[in-house]
Design a protein around this ligand. Sequence first.
Ligand code: DO4
Ligand code: MG
Length: 291
Amino acid sequence: MRIFRLINNGWIGNFVIIGNKVYVLLSDPITALKLYSEGKDVPLGPEVNINIDELLTKDYTYKGLRFTKPYDPPEVWGGSGIVYEVARARYSEEDVAMIRGKTIYELVYDAERPEIFFKGTANRCVGHGEPIAIRSDSEWTLPEPELGVVIDSVGKILAYTISDDVSARDLEAQNPLYLPQSKIYNGSCAIGPFLVTPDEVSNPYNLTISMRIIRGNSVIFEGSISTSKMRRRVEDQIKYLIRDNTVPDGTLLSTGTAVIPPRPITLMHGGDIVEISITGLGTQRTPVIKL
Ligand code: DO4
Ligand code: MG
């Protein structure tokens, strides 16, 4: 089952794809995912005849029916951070904090305890076709394409999605204590287009995550990684997230990046488009704005 939402002039509708048919979804997405995970019936309305591929071409400037975020995550958590060797290396290239002769990124990559950080709430998240943002005080901001997992309050995986952990990299490189400001601000997280239930994802450790940054008519960066290179199992990341930390049903955990553009690439306002694809989860396209 795949859940998505469409918006038109303030109205938001929930939809579900089952097989190759699209239906109106009569509950909110989190309730539907919970029911589905328990093997119960999901309340469906009538089948609808819509052209999803056509709708996916529209962005937020379009005055009509278009995609928006597939649900409102009550909480978004980042992490684990630095779960790919590429991330450990790339993050450590900067003049960053060291402890006992190692960068903090090298240390956390090897440590048993993962880096888990608060990433935001629904109002900081945007959906497919909606603008991700560069902070007004950042000159170096990068997208981070990640496998997102939606969990319930006991850590059961309800769905997978594409998440973009947009980060003001200059702030976190300046001082690790600036991490929350680097990670949490309006438009710092993009999710969707779809929430895909686990039965449609055959192996979460064999997915290709790819990203392109498009500026005008050129692709200024492209890269990809397989989730097989992830150093920590998703279940292990969830275990640390929910340890002594009550999370609500529908919490989103974004499981770390490995597709990291080299310096001096930064997102820029005025035409940049970030395009992220994950095997079986679709393609997320977001324009970039500066706050
Ligand atoms: O503190 C670093 C953030 C790491 C991160 O967001 C990632 O590895 O994706
Ligand atoms: Mg990240």
